[in-house]
Ligand binder design. Structure first.
Ligand SMILES: NC(=O)c1ccc[n+]([C@@H]2O[C@H](COP(=O)([O-])OP(=O)(O)OC[C@H]3O[C@@H](n4cnc5c(N)ncnc54)[C@H](O)[C@@H]3O)[C@@H](O)[C@H]2O)c1
Length: 318
């Protein structure tokens, strides 16, 4: 799809984004507003980005909990969205393992609430994860690859996907499932691989990695939001991978970050066991066939993310 037809699709549409104050949600809301959509975000601010309050001028940001059916019913009935992006989740695999009951309630019951209260004619996008694939049988991973993810986060995403498929098959809903690989960029914090390594480089002047051989498909967030817009506008109702189609080892990532500091930051490989799949690389042919391509190169994304993390550290109270 051309940029023009994506913009035409969203112009004047009411779009509800769950998890709007999170890393992906905040970027998505901004991009939708730029495309002329009336954007309403919802979040309970449990894992929101530290600078979420700034928000976008075009955005109404509602504080509510996806687990609360009465609050969701009232919100969806008031907003009457044309498009729903369901992003809210306990998105960190380690947090899902530490507190599975909460992860289940948010990622499964929350997804059921979002599906249940979405108006019958609306477009619904469920944000799943490449984690559902588990240890790969082959690389790159296409959408037909079996779902072998067995860690608590993957389990909640697999159930969420099945709920979405149920609403498509049995209740005639206009649903699409997105399996995102690894987005990184401005606004991402916590113990995700890219912000973690950049923060170490900036504050500790060394980078410690768990296992340098782990492979991830890392892509700058602007490319992810481009894809999310194209998928909703395309009308696609199957499953779509979002990823760069390029594997980067954690060792290479650490070295790339170290190189930005003139190679002065030593990299230490702790050789520890990593939660989740040893290698995730997307086959992104389906995404490309919808007219999408990667706009912001990996290296530029790393530069932007270092600059943002540096500014956040500088602004933090000492
Ligand atoms: N970032 C990635 O690379 C990536 C990869 C694959 C899938 N995903 C999926 O994309 C989505 C967004 O991920 P993210 O990286 O922006 O995570 P995030 O943690 O930054 O954002 C999730 C948002 O959901 C909100 N939320 C959590 N529980 C809620 C509740 N009960 N009610 C309302 N809001 C609630 C949080 O406060 C947070 O703002 C998630 O579904 C995640 O599983 C992300």
């Amino acid at each position: 799809m051309s940029d023009g037809s994506v913009a035409a699709y969203f112009a004047g549409k009411t779009v509800l984004v769950t998890g709007a104050a999170g890393f992906v949600g905040s970027h998505l809301c901004e991009r939708l507003a730029e495309r002329g959509a009336k954007v309403v975000g919802v979040d309970n601010f449990s894992f929101s980005r530290p600078d979420a309050a700034k928000g976008s001028s075009a955005l109404e940001l509602v504080t509510a909990d996806l687990r609360d059916p009465a609050a969701m019913k009232a919100l969806f009935e008031r907003v009457v969205p044309d498009v729903v992006y369901h992003l809210a989740a306990v998105a960190n695999p380690r947090t899902c393992k530490q507190d599975f009951p909460t992860a289940f309630d948010v990622n499964v019951i929350g997804t059921q609430n979002a599906l249940r209260f979405t108006p019958a004619g609306a477009r619904f996008l469920f944000m799943s994860s490449a984690a559902v694939y588990g240890a790969p049988e082959y690389l790159p991973i296409d959408e037909k690859h079996p779902r072998r993810g067995a860690d608590p986060y993957s389990v909640t995403k697999i159930i969420g996907e099945d709920l979405a498929a149920n609403y498509l098959a049995n209740f005639g809903r206009n649903v699409v499932v997105v399996r995102n690989f690894n987005s990184f960029g401005v606004g991402q914090t916590g113990d995700y691989i890219v912000p973690q390594l950049i923060r170490q480089a900036l504050t500790e002047r060394k980078i410690e990695i768990w296992d340098g051989r782990t492979v991830r498909d890392l892509m700058y967030i602007d490319n992810t939001t481009d894809a999310l817009l194209v998928i909703a506008a395309s009308g696609e109702r199957t499953i779509v991978n979002i990823g760069a189609g390029r594997g980067v080892t954690v060792g290479e990532l650490a070295q790339t970050i170290s190189d930005r500091f003139g190679g002065a930051i030593p990299v230490v490989d702790l050789k520890k066991t990593v939660l989740g799949s040893p290698a995730l690389v997307s086959n992104n042919e389906r995404m490309k066939s919808l007219g999408w391509s990667e706009r912001v190169p990996f290296a530029d994304g790393i530069e932007k993310t270092i600059a943002w993390t540096r500014s956040m550290i500088a602004a933090a109270p000492t």
